[in-house]
Design a protein around this ligand. Structure first.
Ligand SMILES: Nc1ncnc2c1ncn2[C@@H]1O[C@H](COP(=O)(O)OP(=O)(O)OP(=O)(O)O)[C@@H](O)[C@H]1O
Ligand SMILES: [Mg+2]
Length: 243
C-alpha cells in the first residue's frame, strides 16, 4: 500500500468530526471519498497532509509512519494536495506561483523552464505571465493542481477539484487526472461531490457520514446501501443532480 490510514479520530471541542476512519490506496489507484457537507472529508485530507493533527490513529506513506512529520516534510516524501478553496498568490504571476511550489518542494534551483513544463502539463503554459488573480475558476483549479504537481507527488489528495466548474471544464480536468494517473502512476484520493465525474475515474469509493465510514466499495453497491441513500444520496436523487 502506498497510503494507509488507520483508525483516525479527531474532535474539535466537543464535536466528533472523524471517528475511526481507515482507508488505504495501492500504488496507482484512484479512491473517491464522498459524503454530506460537514461529514469530515476535508478534515481527513488535512490530517493526512499534516495541517491538522489527529487525536488518534496512524498514517503510513509507502510503509513509513508519517504522523510526526510536518506538512512540508510529508510533501517532500511525495504527498501532494490541492485545497477546496484554492490557495494561490493572486498578486503573483501564474509562473511564480509554480516556482514557489517548486522551491517549497526542495527544488531550490528550479527556474522558468521547469515551471513552464509543469504548466504545460496542466494546459496553462499560455497563461504563465498572467496574474493568478486574473484566472477563471477552472484555470485556478489547474494552477492549484500545477502547484501540487511541482512537488512530484506519489500520492495526490484532491479536495473538490470539480466544484463550481461547467461540464466542459469538468471533462477536461477528468482527462487530465486520468493522464497523470496513467502516465505518472500518481495515486489519487479524490474528495468529490460531482459524482458522475468521480465515477468516471474510479470504481472504489468510501462514503463518510458524521465522521464514520458507512460504505466502501463500488458505486453500484453504494446505490443499494440504505444507509448511504439515507445519509447522502436521497437528497441528491431528489434534486436530480445534473452532473
Ligand atoms: N478547524 C476547525 N475547528 C472547528 N471545527 C471544525 C474545524 N474544521 C472543521 N470543523 C468542523 O468539522 C466538521 C467537518 O468539517 P469538514 O470541513 O471536514 O467537512 P467536509 O466533509 O469537508 O464538508 P464539505 O463537503 O462541506 O466540504 C464540520 O462540522 C466543521 O464545522
Ligand atoms: Mg470539505
Amino acid at each position: 500500500m502506498i497510503l494507509e490510514v488507520r483508525e483516525i479520530y479527531k474532535r474539535f471541542g466537543g464535536n466528533r468530526v472523524v471517528e475511526g476512519v481507515s482507508l488505504s490506496a495501492e500504488e496507482g489507484e484512484i479512491v473517491g471519498i464522498i459524503g454530506p457537507n460537514g461529514s469530515g472529508k476535508t478534515t481527513l485530507i488535512n490530517i493526512i497532509s499534516g495541517t491538522v493533527r489527529e487525536d488518534e490513529g496512524d498514517i503510513f506513506l509507502a510503509g513509513r509512519k508519517i504522523n510526526n512529520l510536518k506538512p512540508h516534510q510529508r510533501a517532500w516524501l511525495g504527498l501532494g494536495r490541492t485545497f477546496q478553496i484554492t490557495r494561490l498568490f493572486s498578486n503573483l504571476r501564474v509562473l511564480e506561483n509554480v516556482l514557489i511550489a517548486l522551491h517549497y518542494g526542495g527544488r531550490k534551483r528550479a527556474g522558468r523552464r521547469q515551471a513552464l513544463e509543469i504548466l504545460e502539463m496542466v494546459g496553462l503554459d499560455h497563461k504563465a505571465d498572467d496574474f493568478a488573480g486574473s484566472l477563471s475558476l477552472a484555470q485556478r483549479k489547474r494552477l492549484e493542481l500545477a502547484r501540487a504537481l511541482a512537488l512530484s507527488p506519489k500520492v495526490l489528495l484532491l479536495d473538490e477539484v470539480f466544484a463550481g466548474l461547467n461540464p466542459q471544464s469538468v471533462k477536461e480536468i477528468v482527462d487530465l487526472l486520468e493522464r497523470l494517473n496513467s502516465e505518472r502512476r500518481i495515486t489519487m484520493i479524490l474528495v468529490e461531490h460531482v459524482l458522475k465525474a468521480l465515477f468516471s475515474l474510479t470504481k472504489r469509493v468510501i462514503v463518510l457520514a458524521e465522521g464514520k465510514v458507512i460504505y466502501e466499495g463500488d458505486p453500484e453497491g453504494m446505490r443499494e446501501s440504505k444507509e448511504v441513500v439515507k445519509a447522502y444520496l436521497g437528497e441528491r436523487y431528489l434534486k436530480n443532480e445534473p452532473s
